[in-house]
Design a protein around this ligand. Structure first.
Ligand code: SAM
Length: 284
């Protein structure tokens, strides 16, 4: 089977099917075989693996996944791509093409039907407009997950991997790092895509923890606390949490808890580690 990742092969398929790109679906297809190999290598796929690919496009990455994995489920929203995928992926009997919106799909049921609910590896060049709901949906969802290896906007990858005291550190960093160990694998320039996106990209691998790295009495409360702490980045924690609707804690309770943790009463959320947020949440 010809490598679809070679630009002239992508263009040939697109022209033969009179395909027009839909901006609303974040369609920027990868046309660099080295980058495609890099993503698939980072995902560490073996013949035992069950792989979910989100947004296969014309099947460029799917080809590579199908050659290595046990089973691949490829979920694509754009129905104009389905006849193309049926053609390009015809040589791979281990691929199932699903014409659905990934945000509406019951992934636990899919995993049950496809691979008896075993943990899956997710691989994708994501549609950037829905990166956060897709990634958080996978991390918080009920389908068993081994890892997520995805192309995302460079800034988003930086935010997912950032630690305390950096400008990129925030609610997304903490939410991701509660569930998974992030690792940026590669930075990817716009000229590796057709059409070229207006932003830089990066490949990030998130390896899901079997157990979260911190113990909390109430996960929902921890995330409400984290969100409130970063809602007004420039404010001290005592001020932002003491005012936050829905948290029901007073400024005095916050300063008391901070003192108990040996932290300054004027500290800001951006200085706290996940462990410190968990301890603060448990105290409050
Ligand atoms: N994997 C292909 C590649 O690398 O060349 C295409 C990647 S492109 C960045 C994103 C893909 O996700 C497109 O094929 C787009 O149609 C699809 N997509 C967008 N929104 C989606 C959704 N809600 N559910 C499933 N697929 C979606």
């Amino acid at each position: 089977m010809a490598d679809l990742g070679i630009p002239r092969n992508t263009i040939e398929v697109l022209q033969r099917h009179h395909f027009t790109f839909q901006k609303k679906y974040g369609q920027n297809f990868l046309i660099d075989p080295n980058v495609l190999d890099r993503v698939v290598r980072a995902a560490d796929i073996t013949a035992e693996d069950c792989v979910l690919e989100i947004g296969p496009g014309i099947g460029t990455m799917t080809q590579r996944l199908a050659e290595r994995a046990g089973k691949v489920a490829a979920v694509e929203i754009d129905r104009n791509l389905i006849p193309i995928l049926e053609e390009t992926l015809a040589p791979y009997p281990n691929v199932t093409i699903i014409n659905e919106d990934i945000l509406k799909l019951d992934l636990r049921q899919l995993a049950e039907e496809m691979w008896e609910g075993r943990p899956m590896k997710v691989v994708a060049n994501l549609p950037y407009y829905i990166t956060t709901p897709i990634v958080m949906g996978l991390l918080e969802g009920e389908a068993l997950l081994h890892s997520i290896t995805v192309m995302v906007q460079r800034e988003v990858a930086d935010r997912m991997q950032a630690g305390p005291g950096t400008k990129d550190y925030g609610a997304l960093s903490l939410a991701v790092q509660y569930y998974a160990r992030p690792e940026i694998v590669a930075n990817v320039p716009p000229n590796c895509f057709l059409p070229r996106p207006n932003v830089g990209s990066a490949v990030i691998r998130l390896t899901r923890y079997e157990e979260p790295p911190v113990q909390v009495a109430d996960e929902k409360k921890l995330f409400a606390l984290i969100r409130a702490s970063f809602n007004q980045r420039r404010k001290t924690l005592a001020n932002s949490l003491g005012n936050a609707a829905g948290l029901k804690v007073s400024r005095e309770q916050v300063t008391g808890a901070l003192e108990e943790l040996g932290l300054s009463a004027t500290i800001r959320g951006e200085a706290l580690t996940l462990e410190q947020f968990a301890a603060l949440g448990n105290l409050l």
